[in-house]
Design a protein around this ligand. Structure first.
Ligand SMILES: NC(=O)c1ccc[n+]([C@@H]2O[C@H](COP(=O)([O-])OP(=O)(O)OC[C@H]3O[C@@H](n4cnc5c(N)ncnc54)[C@H](OP(=O)(O)O)[C@@H]3O)[C@@H](O)[C@H]2O)c1
Length: 229
């Protein structure tokens, strides 16, 4: 068994590189691209987002297409992948859509100091995993693999993307650019500061560019496993 799942990182950004606006939720996709993302979700065993994304976006993270749900059922899988989040503070609402929508398993990796709080708040709606004093994405990935997750989709936000990329845990990157500017330098970006394995002396491999209506998808191969998962 591989030591970590095949990991696909997915992100939509504005032309000026932001993944959200200043205040209200910003649409950085279109209908056809939502369908593409839905198909990618359906192909995965688990979807991971950071706790801030759970709080700010309140995502459901369900497979919407009936056809994809049926195809998963035919393979003996639940309609939607498991949902995974990470937190230090354990400041998550058990009534958030992340926890209430869908039947799939929900996993919360919590830093050890707040595991008790997390279990008190979320124990009824999720499996709370003690992620260690500092939750490391490499160890989290190994734990997911041990739980049978072979294919993981990481959907943000920037804090989580940065850790997966700087720890060299990503096999495939899907970057969508939407035809809008945010124009607000305090808005969240795709990644934060860090030392990334791809840089001017080690360039990432661009595997595909696809126009989807008014957005463009760029697929990057970030590991030797690209395409194998
Ligand atoms: N355009 C897109 O594709 C896209 C996708 C997703 C999200 N977004 C946007 O991204 C923004 C949120 O991004 P973000 O970077 O602020 O936050 P984030 O990555 O969603 O979540 C960060 C939070 O995750 C927890 N966390 C992260 N690393 C951890 C670790 N090693 N150990 C324990 N907990 C850890 C912490 O939660 P606690 O604070 O609970 O301790 C931290 O505050 C939102 O505005 C959202 O709309 C955009």
């Amino acid at each position: 068994m591989p030591e970590r799942p095949y990991t696909l990182l997915s992100c939509s950004m504005s032309i000026d590189g932001y993944i959200a606006g200043a205040a209200e939720r910003l649409l950085l996709s279109n209908g056809d691209d939502f369908d593409r993302v839905d198909a990618v979700r359906a192909s995965c065993d688990a979807i991971l987002v950071g706790a801030a994304t759970v709080r700010i976006d309140n995502p459901r993270l369900l497979v919407r297409s009936e056809r994809h749900r049926e195809q998963r059922a035919a393979r003996g899988l639940p309609p939607s992948p498991a949902k995974v989040t990470v937190t230090r503070q354990a400041r998550l609402d058990a009534h958030a859509d992340f926890f209430t929508a869908g039947e799939a398993e929900k996993l919360v990796y919590c830093a050890s100091p707040r595991v008790g709080d997390a279990r008190a708040r979320l124990g009824e709606v999720a499996t709370v995993v003690d992620g260690g004093h500092t939750v490391r994405m490499r160890r989290l990935s190994a734990d997911l693999a041990a739980r049978g997750v072979e294919r993981l989709m990481v959907e943000g936000g920037g804090n989580i993307h940065t850790q997966f990329l700087t720890d060299d845990l990503v096999d495939e990157l899907h970057l969508v650019v939407a035809p809008v500017f945010v124009g607000y330098s305090d808005a969240p970006r795709f990644v934060r500061d860090g030392t990334f394995p791809w840089n001017p002396t080690r360039r990432a491999r661009l595997a595909e560019v696809r126009q989807i209506g008014d957005v463009v998808l760029m697929r990057y191969a970030l590991s030797a496993r690209f395409g194998a998962g």
